[in-house]
Design a protein around this ligand. Structure first.
Ligand SMILES: Cc1cc2nc3c(=O)[nH]c(=O)nc-3n(C[C@H](O)[C@H](O)[C@H](O)COP(=O)(O)OP(=O)(O)OC[C@H]3O[C@@H](n4cnc5c(N)ncnc54)[C@H](O)[C@@H]3O)c2cc1C
Length: 306
């Protein structure tokens, strides 16, 4: 369970409040605000605040005095045009602030996206919770034999059971020692100084959960989602990205639909790739050997056009 009853009560109280504003309000995102969407076994993602909507993108693109929107089809067409031609700054006019609870090894991948503002829970100041990511059996996969940076089929039988036991036991023992080191009494009940939290935390494994507030503009959020909602991203970060995709689809439906079409579902071809497509359309039989591409490039190219 990612939330305690007290935390859920705080969220409910905040969701019960409403305020009047002259600012643009996106009804789709209002429905998501503050709700914790569960991800993995103890994690979540929740929208804390946002700025702008689809109209804000058009308003900025047209540098308007008022709302700056025209007909729905005109606005949707403009947004598609901006996305298609990488005219990205109007998308930067929208912002999203998220509260994310995630395992440290996922956070290490996430934090590589430098174009966001982050404030992480302080494990120098506070004590981390006894919460570790333990994969569901279906997510406990073997090393991929074709991709060094990927996974294959799920582990089975005794091996799966053994791995799960080790993950649980090691995490539990590491946390027990963490608690014992920072405690005010030793194992025999005698008083001890207690190791500083900033040092004791180094004993915790990378599957312990951390939390942060993460604020990003829509252009850079799309960049993050394009990389992390992709099938090549590690599954444990992908499930967070997919949860965020659902929020963004409701927040800025026209922008998300353009993003889905041109970025998530679209593909980029090299000059050699474009030339091969042209030759194929002329009825020529093109092979990897005659394409001018490496084996890896050809495999990816055929993944797009094959
Ligand atoms: C499938 C996958 C595998 C990966 N594997 C590895 C790995 O093995 N090892 C590893 O270290 N990383 C790895 N990464 C991380 C990757 O290299 C990027 O660091 C990460 O995806 C963030 O991308 P970004 O820099 O474009 O994003 P952001 O930091 O959000 O930056 C967005 C854009 O802003 C610009 N920008 C931001 N900061 C600078 C800067 N200082 N200088 C110039 N331009 C800047 C760039 O145009 C950049 O694309 C992997 C990522 C993915 C998706």
């Amino acid at each position: 369970m990612p939330l305690s009853p007290e935390q859920q009560a705080e969220i409910d109280a905040q969701r019960a409040e409403t305020h009047q504003t002259r600012r643009a309000v996106a009804p789709g995102m209002e429905a998501w605000l503050y709700k914790a969407v569960p991800v993995l076994d103890h994690g979540f993602v929740r929208a804390i605040d946002y700025m702008g909507d689809d109209a804000a993108i058009c308003q900025a693109a047209r540098v308007s005095y008022g709302r700056g929107t025209k007909s729905v089809s005109n606005d949707a067409g403009l947004i598609r045009y901006l996305m298609r031609h990488w005219h990205s700054t109007p998308f930067e006019m929208c912002e999203l602030k998220l509260h994310v609870k995630l395992p440290v090894f996922v956070a290490r991948q996430w934090i590589r996206h430098r174009t966001a503002n982050v404030n992480e829970y302080s494990a120098r100041y506070s004590i981390l919770d006894r919460e570790f990511y333990i994969p569901e059996p279906g997510a406990l996969a073997a090393q991929s034999t074709v991709n060094n940076q990927g996974r294959g089929a799920a582990l089975e039988g005794a091996e799966a059971a053994r791995v799960l036991d080790w993950l649980r036991d090691d995490a539990t023992r590491a946390y027990d020692h963490y608690e014992a080191m920072i405690g005010e009494t030793g194992p025999d009940g005698t008083p001890q100084q207690g190791l500083a939290r900033e040092l004791a935390r180094m004993n915790l494994p990378a599957n312990v959960y951390t939390q942060w507030y993460w604020k990003v503009d829509l252009h850079n959020l799309f960049h993050f989602l394009r990389l992390r909602a992709d099938s090549h991203a590690q599954w444990e970060i992908r499930v967070y990205a997919e949860a965020i995709c659902k929020m963004v689809a409701d927040w800025v439906p026209h922008a998300y639909s353009a993003f889905e079409d041109y970025r998530l579902g679209g593909a980029q071809l090299s000059a050699k790739g474009v030339e091969c497509v042209k030759r194929m359309l002329r009825g020529e039989e093109v092979t990897q050997e005659t394409s001018g591409m490496s084996k890896g490039e050809w495999r990816e190219f055929m993944g797009v056009v094959g």
